[in-house]
Design a protein around this ligand. Structure first.
Ligand code: COS
Length: 382
């Protein structure tokens, strides 16, 4: 059993690590202060060849699969969570909708430009009253001549205000529930497409999360992704990949919080010696090391399963659940180790604590992951 990265993946990790050190860390405080990831950073990510990591090579990507994507997410998140999430909305759930659900012509038409950064992608599923239960969505698409007309509103759309093309899920037959939902690739320049309210969030403040409105937006049938009524499955299969990549985000954030905690514990003194020499602190550091090793082992094993073409829906829910809850413990311990300083906005750990909280909520809450896992256990056996 070989659990080492290939030379290609090692080179990718070094590239993403160097990008994080030279392009992200120097501006991380500014991103947090201004609540904005500079648009130029997309250009830099594209230039570094990082936008199309998981896009197949025949469509202009690097063809390094979900493992490659997780490697990049792991590294970028260590520099700044908002940058990694902004990246993921494009490179993970944005572009992966087309990889998962697009026909050959759509993949030829969209993927090379998504890999080069000419087209930025986003994914629009959630609505104000349809978050955990997306099948209850209200956005509709009705057939009209040779295309479709979309009406409705989506919320919590990461990159919704910067994307050039958004995968929008809409009801085409309400009587069929989840089987009456269809996916569409909607250019943001379409008349009737508008960007609404930007969320003010507890954490990941640099990433842009907006509402999108569709007011009689016409979409040609050639932009319909997959079968009529097949949209829910595309949404879920894309989320299987998104939840895995999110596990890599959690891993990167945990590594950063842990590293800062080790450094702090070595230099902060109490009772006449560095706090790292007190057993109470050592136990917290040991517990976080266990959590991080578990996260790393899970993320890369499930990424490998995905890239081998194995079924990994249950496992991606396990990654999302375990990694987001492990991250929660790691950042909580990190604040505790930092003591009062961990509660001060002057120390980075305060931001990491806030950035981490939403990982137990977005792309399916912990409770939804347990539903996905339990249903699969009951259907396919333990
Ligand atoms: N891949 C492919 N198809 C899938 C799938 C997956 N991972 N999960 C479900 N499906 C299919 C099912 O197989 C079913 O089709 P068949 O009847 O032909 O088998 C269809 O989709 C409907 O599935 P199901 O009946 O399980 O749908 P539910 O409405 O009960 O929803 C949950 C299931 C709760 C798991 C789903 O709604 C979910 O993941 N909710 C959370 C959504 C979320 O993550 N939102 C966050 C915002 S997105 S950034």
């Amino acid at each position: 059993m070989d659990l080492t990265f290939s030379d290609e993946l090692r080179m990718l990790r070094d590239l993403a690590r160097d990008f994080t050190e030279t392009r992200i860390r120097p501006i991380a405080a500014q991103i947090e202060r201004e609540h904005r990831v500079p648009r130029e950073l997309f250009g830099a990510l594209a230039e570094a060849g990082l936008l199309g990591v998981a896009i197949p090579a025949e469509h202009g990507g690097a063809g390094l699969g979900e493992t490659g994507l997780c490697v990049v997410m792991d590294e970028l998140t260590q520099g700044d969570f908002s940058v990694a999430v902004t990246y993921g909305a494009h490179a993970s759930i944005g572009a992966m909708s087309v990889v998962v659900g697009g026909n050959a012509e759509q993949q030829r038409r969209f993927l090379p430009d998504m890999a080069s950064g000419k087209l930025l992608a986003a994914y629009a599923l959630s609505e104000a009253n349809a978050g955990s239960d997306p099948a209850a969505m209200r956005t509709t698409a009705r057939p009209d001549g040779s295309g479709w007309v979309l009406d409705g509103e989506k919320v919590w759309i990461t990159n919704g205000d910067v994307a050039d093309v958004v995968t929008v899920y809409a009801v085409t037959d309400r009587s069929k529930g989840a089987k009456g939902i269809t996916a569409f690739l909607v250019p943001s320049t379409s008349p009737g497409f508008s960007v609404g309210k930007r969320e003010e969030k507890m954490g990941q403040r640099g990433s842009s999360t907006v509402a999108l409105a569709f007011d009689g937006v016409r979409v040609p049938d050639e932009n319909r992704l997959g079968e009529i009524g097949g949209g829910f499955k595309i949404a879920m299969a894309t989320l299987d990949r998104g939840r895995l990549a999110l596990g890599a985000n959690c891993l990167g954030c945990a590594r950063e919080a842990h590293r800062l905690s080790v450094d702090y514990a070595r230099q902060r003194e109490a009772f006449g010696k560095p706090i790292s020499e007190h057993q109470a602190i050592q136990w917290m550091l040991a517990d976080s090391a266990c959590d991080i090793f578990t996260m790393e082992s899970l993320v890369y094993r499930v990424a490998w399963m995905c890239d081998q073409g194995q079924s990994f829906g249950r496992e991606s829910a396990i990654v999302k659940l375990v990694c987001s809850e492990a991250l929660d413990r790691v950042v909580d311990r990190a604040v505790q180790i930092h003591g009062g300083m961990g509660y001060s906005a002057e120390y980075r750990i305060e931001q990491l604590y806030r950035d981490a909280r939403v990982t137990r909520i977005y792309e399916g809450t912990s409770e939804i992951q347990r539903i996905v896992i339990a249903r699969d256990v009951l259907r396919r056996g333990a």
